[in-house]
Ligand binder design. Structure first.
Ligand SMILES: *Cc1c(COP(=O)(O)O)cnc(C)c1O
Length: 390
């Protein structure tokens, strides 16, 4: 494929070259099992220890509070189902989440509802923000867990995690946050933010696919997720994905050490695109919080059009982006996130997410705007909805 412009970094990111270089020796050269007691096993164990320290430093926790998993989805499932099953025998069968979570969280909650658990879905305001007062009011004596994402994958809104965490801490309720979009993009401090469990995934910050983390604060004990050998402090069995873990540690370390630089670059491209589209194309709106949002996220609605049409037009021009969320791409229903912030169906349908990464250039942003300024009026001229409205 030649010269695609990749503007879907919220769906996944390319592996950074330096990260890849660190990963490669751990496949065929250093292949020992970290649980084996001989030199080539110790080498791999040391590589995992190093990555655990890199993650701990990035999150401000202890290395023994870092558990490697296979992806963000697994981390979310473990935190939610593990907490529910651990605390159910104590009579705690109520969970709280928001209505704009990723499906890894929402579908875990739905699965628990089928097993007799009760779930409260907190609403969000028109910017996609969860209200701390709503959380305060929703917590009950039988609440086992609160799970609220740090930043939304579709509209980029950043949630008041420190405040929500403080409420849970004060009430003695475990607090989990899905930080898959936030990690490596905005500052995270699990101490200052009162977080008990946190999910992240390497492929969202220029690391490899197939490797994630669940941070679990000391003293918090969700049920073990995979039973088997003694890996991951005896709580998540299975021979480790060493190259993936090495790549995750390196990618997170690199992202965090260049956090301000990376955010400034993403924000520059994002603001350029948002300003140009909202100025030059009529009947468009930016969704999510205009200020308090991920630096690389632009989520824009184009009145009277179908997102799928815009997606295909952009693909013809070699531009990759997404309608709302990659996870919804096989469904024609408007995204649950856009409906939760109160967008009517006819606006939600014509919504696109452009997400910028460190590898994107100003030229990418300019090309996107050039193409949109050409195709949107053309498509609208053919749209029966547009012609009825205008
Ligand atoms: C991508 C994503 C996930 C899923 O992570 P995987 O590693 O792809 O399983 C979960 N939550 C959010 C917010 C995401 O953006």
């Amino acid at each position: 494929m030649n010269q695609v412009i990749y503007l879907d970094n919220a769906a996944t990111t390319p592996v950074n070259e330096e990260v890849l270089k660190e990963m490669l020796p751990w496949y065929a050269e250093f292949y020992g099992n970290p649980s084996s007691h001989y030199s080539i096993g110790y080498e791999t164990k040391e590589a995992i220890d190093k990555a655990r320290e890199q993650v701990a430093k990035a999150l401000n926790c202890q290395p023994n509070e870092v558990y490697f998993t296979s992806c963000g989805t697994e981390s979310d499932n473990w935190a939610i189902k593990g907490s529910a099953f651990q605390l159910a025998p104590k009579g705690k069968k109520h969970l709280i989440t928001s209505s704009i979570e990723h499906h890894a969280v929402l579908h875990s909650m739905k699965a628990l509802e089928k097993q007799g658990f009760e779930v409260t879905y907190l609403p969000v305001d028109s910017k996609g923000v969860v209200s701390p007062a709503d959380l305060q009011a929703a917590i009950r004596p039988d609440t086992a867990l609160v799970s609220i994402m740090m930043a939304n994958n579709e509209i980029g809104t950043i949630e008041p995690i420190a405040e929500l965490g403080a409420i849970c801490r004060e009430k003695g309720v475990w607090f989990h946050t899905d930080a898959v979009q936030a990690a490596g993009t905005i500052p995270i401090d699990v101490q200052a933010m009162n977080i008990d469990m946190l999910s992240l995934s390497a492929h969202k910050f220029n690391g490899p696919k197939g490797c994630g983390v669940l941070y679990i604060r000391k003293g918090v004990l969700p049920l073990n997720h995979l039973d088997g050998g003694g890996q991951e402090h005896r709580r998540r069995a299975g021979t480790e994905n060493i190259a993936g873990i090495v790549g995750l540690g390196k990618a997170l370390e690199m992202a965090v050490s260049h956090l301000d630089e990376k955010a400034a670059h993403q924000k520059q491209l994002r603001d350029y695109v948002v300003n140009r589209i909202l100025t030059n194309i009529s009947d468009t709106r930016l969704n999510g919080d205009p200020e308090n949002r991920l630096p690389g996220n632009a989520n824009i609605s184009f009145l009277a059009l179908e997102g799928e049409t815009i997606l295909l037009d952009l693909d013809m021009h070699g531009i990759c982006c997404s309608t709302g969320s990659a996870c919804n791409s096989d469904s024609l229903d408007p995204s649950h996130v856009l409906l939760a912030i109160g967008l009517p169906h006819e606006i939600a349908h014509g919504t696109m997410r452009f997400s910028f990464g460190p590898q994107n250039t100003m030229k990418d942003a300019e090309t996107l705007c050039d193409v949109l300024e050409k195709i949107i009026p053309q498509r609208r001229a053919m749209s029966p909805i547009w012609n009825t409205l205008k």
